[in-house]
Design a binder for this molecule. Structure first.
Ligand SMILES: C[S@@+](CC[C@H](N)C(=O)[O-])C[C@H]1O[C@@H](n2cnc3c(N)ncnc32)[C@H](O)[C@@H]1O
Length: 273
């Protein structure tokens, strides 16, 4: 049983270290979700689990955050964002940057198991190929969850998870497994080359200095409290040039939180001058 004092400790811990704000009603959910961690770490009870967090906060952070939040994602989720990228942003960026000798950088912040950055890589690779471009273009994909990152690095997905990808793109960008790998598909090496996968807690210091042309931070801040969101969006604004883009998830908004950006489409923001 998760005691009230232990739940309170966990609440403070995840707020401080992950920005996640847990309501009172989450007591049962946290208890249920963390049972698996207790078993994996061979701990007797939640008191022992809290001790692990007290003695070495960083070691368990990713697992804890994964257990109490969601890693749900899919290829081409919120497809209108990819359409904007494909039809408007990438053609302009590729043409301009190719001429200027400039590089192109996209950040998938909270990339979960990799579907988002690999879908971005498909659209990017196609735009580069259409223009015969040799542009220095890369996608940075970061997350806090060790399991999600391991799946992203593998880049192998069950066929029934490929639903959002068109038949043509499936043929072009996914390699179907045979034998032991029957029922699985692996992302094309060309996509892997475009994507750099790194662990990163968005609340910690960031090693990269930007600038990025676009940041995708979709369905990540849903559990964050208001001050954490304000800090995060201010930091995103610092890594984007004027006119750079920030993409949020369908239920997220900058309204009343940040005015560095203007809303230009469905959960698409552009940095103001
Ligand atoms: C619901 S998934 C969203 C995946 C993808 N962006 C999408 O929209 O499909 C949220 C991801 O945010 C990550 N996340 C949550 N808090 C984080 C933090 N403080 N730092 C980095 N990643 C975090 C979680 O580990 C999870 O993989």
């Amino acid at each position: 049983m998760l005691q009230t004092a232990e739940f309170e400790f966990l609440r403070r811990f995840v707020l401080e270290h992950c920005g996640i704000s847990l309501g009172d009603h989450k007591h049962q959910l946290v208890q249920g979700r963390l049972q698996r961690r207790l078993r994996a770490l061979r701990l007797r009870d939640f008191a022992d689990y809290c001790d692990v967090l007290r003695h070495d906060p960083q070691s368990e952070l990713g697992e804890l955050a994964s257990a109490i939040s969601t890693n749900v994602t899919s290829f081409f989720r919120e497809v209108h964002h990819y359409e904007l990228l494909e039809n408007e942003l990438l053609p302009a960026w590729v043409a301009h940057k190719q001429r200027a000798g400039d590089r192109l950088r996209i950040w998938s912040a909270g990339c979960s198991s990799g579907e988002e950055p690999y879908a971005l890589a498909m659209v990017l690779a196609e735009a580069l190929a259409r223009n015969n471009s040799t542009l220095d273009a890369k996608i940075l994909a970061t997350d806090l969850s060790p399991q999600a990152l391991a799946t992203a690095r593998k880049g192998v997905y069950p066929l029934d998870r490929l639903g959002g990808i068109s038949t043509e793109r499936c043929r072009r960008w996914l390699l179907r497994g045979t034998g032991d790998y029957e029922g699985l598909a692996s992302v094309h090496p060309q996509l892997r080359e475009l994507v750099t996968i790194q662990p990163l807690n968005l609340l910690h210091d960031w090693p990269m200095s930007g600038p990025f042309d676009a940041i995708f931070c979709r369905n990540v801040v849903i559990y964050f409290d208001q001050p954490t969101k304000q800090r995060l969006f201010r930091r995103y604004a610092q890594l984007l040039p004027v006119g750079g883009y920030l993409f949020l998830g369908h239920s997220e908004s900058l309204h009343g939180i940040n005015d560095d950006f203007e809303l230009i489409g469905r959960t698409v923001y552009r940095k103001r001058g």
